[in-house]
Design a protein around this ligand. Sequence first.
Ligand code: CU
Length: 156
Amino acid sequence: MISRNYLLAAVFMAAAPLAAVVPAHAAGKLCQVQITANDLMQYDQKEITVGPGCSQIEVTLTNVGKLPAAAMGHDWVLVKSVDLTAVANDGLVAGLANNYQKPGDPRIIAATKIVGGGQSTSVTFPASKLEKGGSYMYLCTFPGHYALMKGVFNYR
Ligand SMILES: [Cu+2]
């Protein structure tokens, strides 16, 4: 015999995931950005502008090169402009296993992992992490790359 309580619990458990998912889809505007990186240590964009009206920002990085991650990997890391050099320097010693990002670095606003040639990765973060008109930059933290691989990130 199946008790009434058991049936109620089953119905509740089936309904709960739906209730959690629907508001997330309805939560506002997702602003999407595409950027590529290549074997010549270059992003295809030196400046990215996002906004207005974004609630979430999704950045997709595609490594259009051919070399593996250990030789010519790239990531996309968003920081305040003033933190650029320090984040790059701390990333140097963090190693590939940490995507050349200092674990738990509070200066990193958003970051993808390191990807090798032919791979793609993305990161989604809330726009509320940014101030409109703030001074932000993005960089690749693979050792030696950020001198060439950096750009200005505008949030409006
Ligand atoms: Cu790179």
